[in-house]
Design a protein around this ligand. Structure first.
Ligand code: HEM
Length: 526
């Protein structure tokens, strides 16, 4: 019955289409064939073991027309309707959404080798050096090598301690800038956080390579570029969903991504050229920055360590793009939550007054380690507003069974952290902002993804490679912004908490606040 009514509708559409332009006729035929192939493939799978349940959608397009402007909220709603594992089609792509800790465990622990793969989409291939960056590479030796270089070299315990001074200088610069130029003025908190994070990360990567004024100018433009890239990477792209149509680039995503990535490539070229000039002159031999270390790998004889220039740029991209928007978005959500909950803000301030003191600045990492309530506030915000609510899609290298359902090879698997972290079956008063819950758990819920009910950084082989840096940066920036300044909403402003979809979900309406100094001595700001 369903099939026959579909056939009638379809023949009607077909007849109309054939009266149109021959290109449309060609497209129509192509899409029909692709859809039938997909339908046939799915029915064959279903015969062996069922695919997960899920909404049917329209022929060819699948669920695409129903996703709306807030796909993250739609995926969250569908989890409530279809349960902990559901499937939907977006064009020719199978999307599987997994929303329970026990099924996540099956994926990132029991079958991690199969699911630790990625299938980079067109925007990622264009922007991320042909998908040679850590986040896009499939599970295998090349990814292991790149990840090892990032995690063991740049983010090793020693390097994290040594790079504290870089973070301190850049955060101090931002504090001075706010004190001198923004007191009493509406200030975009996300933008401030982004510039601070970018400067701190760039300073760790290539130290003094870029001059100060050049750095500030780059920072402002860089934010626009990275924000656009995150949207382009997260947006459903017709070219991915219907590969046969990719050459048309109907939404212009490939063209826009190419433009953005050329901008970033020029930035890297300029930094690399300057670093090479400095190295040739024989300067900076003792205190190597990360770029210098990477460039030395281009000359390494060992195959397991040597890197091409393209691979180096891909790692740089992982750090500067992967580390800036995520960190600043988290910070913006945290400050927004604290503005909404003045009692929590008061407790944060009291803790800082006791640990640091109103007559002192933040000078060491050990001070930050004592700010336990602030840490709980960050964790609670990441629970309610994970910046990557579905992580980065995982893609099984072979068909596999999860929760009794087949997940076909090549499906895009979204681990629905948003729904898990707001599940009332798991969390008491799940939708309430209650940082205290992280104080009474004896530190069991950390960021390392061992408890599958709390995964803002993912879990398993693909867990965020920048986690040690992310943790330190958020804490340091946040503690500084809140210790040095008191923030208030401009009159007539209403706080709102909707998120704008992209790979990173950031606040739709930027958080704008007015700062006022908190500390007793002006010299602490200079
Ligand atoms: C608050 C800040 C951050 C958050 C919330 C965050 C979150 C995430 C998440 C959810 C993933 C995907 C995990 C998965 O697919 O299972 C990821 C991957 C990744 N992140 Fe982060 N991240 C943050 C900061 C950073 C920083 C500072 C860096 C770089 C220094 C970084 C580099 C990476 C890389 C390279 C990957 C890919 C890992 C892989 O596929 O093997 N991230 N991050």
């Amino acid at each position: 019955m369903l099939l026959s009514s579909f056939c009638v509708k379809w023949s009607f559409m077909w007849l109309n289409a054939t009266n149109l332009h021959p290109i449309l006729t060609f497209l129509f035929t192509l899409i029909t064939v692709l859809w039938l192939l997909q339908w046939f493939r799915n029915s064959t799978n279903e015969a062996s073991s069922p695919l997960p349940p899920g909404p049917t959608g329209l022929p060819f397009l699948g669920y695409l027309p129903f996703l709306g402007n807030h796909p993250h909220l739609k995926f969250h709603k569908l989890a409530q309707l279809y349960g902990p594992i559901y499937k939907l089609m977006l064009g020719t792509k199978t999307i599987v959404v997994v929303s329970s800790p026990s099924l996540v465990r099956e994926i990132v622990r029991d079958q991690d080798t199969i699911f630790a793969n990625r299938e980079p989409l067109i925007a990622a291939l264009v922007a991320l050096y042909g998908g040679t960056d850590i986040a896009s590479l499939p599970h295998g030796p090349q990814r292991r090598k790149a990840r090892k270089i990032l995690v063991r070299e740049m983010l090793s315990g020693t390097n994290m301690t040594n790079s504290f001074s870089h973070r301190r200088v850049e955060i101090k610069n931002s504090i001075r800038d706010v004190y001198q130029n923004k007191i009493g003025c509406p200030t975009n908190v996300g933008e401030l956080a982004f510039l601070t994070a970018t400067n701190a990360i760039m300073s760790m990567i290539w130290g003094e390579t870029l001059q100060e004024e050049e750095g500030v100018a780059i920072g402002v433009e860089f934010r626009a570029v990275v924000s656009e890239l995150m949207v382009l990477l997260g947006k459903p792209n017709v070219s991915d969903l219907f590969p046969a149509l990719a050459w048309l680039d109907l939404q212009g995503i490939e063209r826009r991504t190419r433009k953005v990535s050329q901008w970033i490539d020029r930035l890297f070229d300029s930094a690399i050229e300057k670093r090479m000039n400095v190295t040739e002159k024989g300067e900076n031999k003792s205190n190597k920055d990360f770029l210098q270390y990477l460039l030395e790998l281009t000359k390494s004889d060992s195959e397991s360590a040597s890197m091409t220039m393209k691979e180096i740029k891909a790692i740089l991209l992982d750090i500067v793009v992967g580390g800036t928007e995520t960190t600043s978005t988290t910070l913006e959500w945290v400050v927004a939550k604290l503005m909404q909950h003045p009692e929590a803000m008061k407790r944060v301030e009291e803790e800082m007054d006791t640990v640091i003191g109103l007559d002192k600045g933040i000078e060491s990492e050990s001070q930050l380690l004592k700010l336990q309530y602030l840490e709980a506030v960050i964790k609670e915000t990441l629970r309610l507003h994970p910046p990557l609510p579905f992580l980065v899609p995982h893609c099984p290298s072979q068909s596999s069974s999860v929760g009794g359902y087949t997940i076909p090879k090549g499906a895009q698997v979204l681990l629905n952290v948003l729904t898990i972290q707001r599940d009332p079956e798991i969390w008491e008063d799940a939708l309430e902002f209650r940082p205290e819950r992280f104080l009474s758990d004896d530190g069991k819920l950390d960021y390392w993804g061992n408890k599958f009910e709390y995964l803002p950084f993912g879990s398993g082989r693909r867990i965020c490679a920048g986690l040690p840096l992310a943790e330190k940066m958020i804490m340091f920036m946040l503690a500084s912004f809140l210790h040095y300044f008191e923030w208030r909403l401009p009159s007539g402003t209403v706080l709102e908490f909707s998120g704008k979809f992209g790979l990173v979900v950031k606040k739709t309406k930027p958080l704008v606040l007015i700062p006022k100094p908190r500390l007793s001595k002006p010299q602490l700001y200079i």
